[in-house]
Design a protein around this ligand. Structure first.
Ligand SMILES: [Zn+2]
Length: 275
């Protein structure tokens, strides 16, 4: 049965680096690091891609996440940039140039969906404000981001990003699940942040892709059912993880982790696509 989803493009917004402990509680368990002694001696950080997904549907284009601000080193707070330095961001990684790869401009996007509002996910959403493109977010996420900002607790939510989106065309959802378009479902999971949402997309060809946002950053979190310092709420994480694992038992269903260090070995970048 056709859903109207023709293609899914993965957009490349550069690379961040961070301590392995952000992702798994015990970096010693990060088996892919190889030699543990080596890891300890070099205190090696890992590099993670920053990415987004663009769904081409017969009824419009859905963009899930927008990457970080192009001038991150200047506009993010110093402490945050020190924790998550941007190690690669070129002209090509700008959202407008990623969209150009598939012949689109920001005003051609029908809906922008935020997995959550951390700096590496909403940093280029300012491109959509003037055109009034709907920004879809979970209500809990918007509330939490603004609450922390108001309290002066600047971390993952950056003032530069929040200020840029003041008065934008927001659509806060207060539901556990919402079908944005046929075959495109938004699913609240929380766990990483209070309003984290996954996006489940089923294509005309019958394949299902679950975009996990930062509910999971790296595949080891799924294997270990565990998360490092980026965990917000463990009970939400555990029930969300079990739900994800049930979804992944279905045929022709796979998870896509936007920060998977091996993302670009597993899946093609735009203008190539999933279908
Ligand atoms: Zn992220």
């Amino acid at each position: 049965m056709e859903t109207g989803v023709r293609r899914i493009y993965l957009l490349d917004f550069g690379i961040l680096a961070g301590e392995p402990g952000w992702f798994v509680p015990n970096p010693m368990l990060y088996v892919e690091m190889g030699n543990v002694q080596e890891l300890e001696r070099k205190h090696k950080w890992i590099e993670i891609p920053v990415s987004g997904a663009l769904v081409e549907h017969k009824d419009g284009y859905v963009l899930y996440d927008t990457g970080g601000h192009p001038e991150a080193s200047k506009v993010w707070t110093q402490a945050t940039f020190n924790a998550f330095p941007v190690v690669k961001f070129t002209e090509n990684n700008r959202l407008e140039n990623q969209l150009k790869l598939v012949g689109l401009r920001p005003e051609d996007i029908t809906y922008v969906v935020f997995s959550h509002m951390h700096l590496d996910h909403i940093g280029q959403a300012y491109l959509f404000k003037e055109a009034g493109v709907p920004l879809v977010v979970h209500k809990k996420e918007l509330q939490h981001a603004l609450y922390l900002y108001w309290m002066g607790k600047v971390g993952g939510y950056q003032p530069v990003d929040l200020e840029a989106l003041k008065g934008a065309n927001w659509f806060p959802l207060d539901l556990p699940r919402f079908e944005l378009l046929p075959g495109v479902e938004l699913i609240w999971v929380g766990a990483h942040t209070p309003g984290s949402m996954m996006m489940k997309v089923t294509t005309d060809e019958g394949n299902t892709y679950v975009f996990t946002g930062d509910f999971t950053h790296i595949p080891q979190e799924i294997e270990l059912e565990s998360k490092g310092w980026l965990l917000g709420d463990f009970e939400e994480f555990l029930s969300g993880m079990k739900m994800l694992k049930l979804m992944l038992r279905r045929p022709r269903t796979q998870a896509i982790l936007g920060h998977d260090p091996h993302l670009w070995e597993k899946h093609p970048r735009a203008p190539k696509f999933l279908s």
